[in-house]
Design a protein around this ligand. Structure first.
Ligand code: ZN
Ligand code: ZN
Length: 115
């Protein structure tokens, strides 16, 4: 424990990573490159402790990238999501519609296939 070192190390830089997204509505997956500006105080009063003179950048890098990601990613802004009855991807139009039959035979079949 060193006394009188209140500063820590201020790290700035640009983080580039490829992030795997899952659409919050239709569960489609895709990868996207993100670039995030990092500015983090290591040690001192910052969130990340210094281990001796070694700065572990993994945690602040990971947190910075995670913070930059959308909480509810969507494959596209107007994504229609999945049909709540049959689970079909409504973006593809593969759902036949269920106006008169809330529980179709296909829905029962799907429950069997996907417990
Ligand atoms: Zn989607
Ligand atoms: Zn449907």
């Amino acid at each position: 424990m060193l006394e009188g070192t209140s500063g820590g190390v201020f790290v700035t830089g640009r983080v580039e990573a490829v992030v795997r997204y899952t659409c919050n509505r239709c569960l489609a997956e895709w990868s996207e490159a993100v670039a995030v500006d990092l500015s983090e105080l290591l040690g001192g009063e910052g969130d990340y402790p210094l281990d001796g003179n070694e700065a572990d950048l993994e945690a602040p890098l990971r947190d910075t990238v995670l913070l930059a990601l959308p909480l509810l990613p969507l494959c596209r802004p107007d994504c229609l999501g999945l049909c709540s009855t049959c689970g079909a991807d409504l973006n593809t139009g593969s759902c036949p519609g269920h106006d008169d039959e809330p529980e179709s035979p296909f829905a029962a079949l799907r429950h069997l296939l996907e417990p």
